[in-house]
Design a protein around this ligand. Structure first.
Ligand code: PMP
Length: 388
């Protein structure tokens, strides 16, 4: 018997139109491919601290596994972790959802709140995933360009001009990926003052780099407590505790919003990994001395790359937080992606073009790498640009 089937061409869903593999992932894969061919590549392209996860955190995970914390966890997060997060934030457990990374918190928030055509305002440069997450959930990203001349920050006038009756969220990220910009208390208050007049607009404050601020950090709800009942705070252990692979992040917000996000999560993952949640609990409840130590180390690295890039002719401002710099491309090179290609081919250094973050003409360099790699990277970039 012969089986005849007509094989149809695979057609992804319409919601994937325009959504591609993240440029950061693409570049990291390119770098890995070159390395596999024996090319000595320094990849300064990923947003991931090089420090190991602290050993007491790993041990807590081991204990949790041995103790049998291996069954489906409660969908919204384990009661102990939810309580610990709530206590620290001065909130209640029903205000907290724990998800598979801050990324999933953001995705669940979009899916739980956006109807087709609803708008989400974001300041460019923005973290690459924001716009695609909004689109996947049926919303419309409203991108407001915030160039270096305004320190990559959204101004109250720009916010006011971007709001329409369809605006559902303002998405803020401080300290910022990819620019390291940190909003001061006064700047947050000025944005908050605009939002007082638009009760339909809610705020997502992505504070995942909170512990990596080199200037005093003000949480959004501390600056604008009047907006707490329409604010979702996003945070997690990935960046501060070098726990990117454990995939634990959380959202803190009004109980009704959290309930809707938990309903989405329940149909997608059934909740985050129980063992990773035990590890996250240890990370945030143990003595926190390591945060200051790592911040200091990052600050020294920041100074090294800012100096190195400026010396190589790439105009680079000093970021106030996170572990990224966002210099301009070299004046003699036409576009950001061509310059990235040039640096990869000529210098064996992988950076990410600014267009991936909604701002062409710049590059993002992550300095979450060992000092020796950064020094070598700077030397190579200087040598390559000297040939231009
Ligand atoms: N927000 C921002 C601004 C980020 O840079 C990242 C990670 N690159 C995330 C959220 C997601 O973090 P997580 O690893 O917790 O999913």
């Amino acid at each position: 018997m012969t089986l005849t089937t007509s094989i149809q061409e695979f057609q992804p869903a319409d919601r994937l139109d325009g959504i591609e593999l993240s440029e950061i992932v693409r570049i990291s894969e390119q770098a890995a491919r070159l390395r596999a061919q024996g090319v000595d590549v320094i990849a300064l392209s990923t947003g991931e601290p090089d420090f190991p996860t602290p050993s007491h955190v790993v041990e807590a995970a081991h204990r949790a596994a041995i103790d049998g914390q291996t069954r489906y966890p409660a969908t919204a997060g384990t009661p102990t972790l939810r309580s610990a997060i709530a206590t620290e934030a001065g909130a209640r457990p029903e205000n907290v959802v724990v998800s598979t990374g801050a990324k999933q918190v953001l995705s669940c928030a979009m899916m739980a709140t956006l109807n087709p055509g609803d708008e989400v305002i974001m300041a460019a440069p923005f973290w690459t995933s924001y716009a695609d997450m909004v689109s996947l959930a049926g919303g419309v990203p409203v991108v407001v360009s915030c160039p270096a001349t305004q320190k990559f920050k959204l101004t109250p006038d720009q916010l006011e001009a971007a709001i329409t009756p369809r605006t559902r969220w303002l998405l803020l990220n401080s300290p910022s990926n990819p620019t390291g910009a940190v909003y001061s208390k006064a700047e947050l208050q000025a944005l908050g003052a605009v939002l007082q007049n638009y009760p339909q607009v809610w705020v997502i404050s992505d504070e995942i780099y909170q512990h990596l601020s080199f200037v005093p950090f003000t949480p959004f709800v501390q600056a604008v407590p009047e907006l707490a009942e329409r604010t979702l705070i996003v945070n997690g252990v990935s960046k501060a505790y070098s726990m990117t692979g454990w995939r634990i992040g959380w959202g803190i917000g009004p109980a009704e919003l959290i309930k809707a996000m938990v309903a989405v999560q329940g149909q997608i993952t059934s909740g985050a990994c129980s063992i990773a949640q035990a590890a996250a609990l240890e990370a945030i409840t143990a003595p926190q001395g390591l945060l200051a130590e790592r911040r200091q180390a990052m600050r020294a690295r920041r100074d090294l790359v800012v100096e190195g890039l400026n010396a190589a002719g790439l105009e680079c401002a000093v970021p106030d937080g996170a572990f990224y710099v966002f210099p301009k491309t070299h004046a003699k090179m036409a576009t950001d992606h061509e310059f990235c290609r040039f640096l990869l081919d000529e210098a064996g250094v992988a950076l990410v073009p600014g267009r991936a973050f909604g701002m062409p003409g710049h590059l993002r360099l992550s300095f979450a790498y060992a000092t020796e790699s950064l020094q070598e990277g700077m030397r190579r970039i200087a040598d390559a640009t000297a040939k231009l």
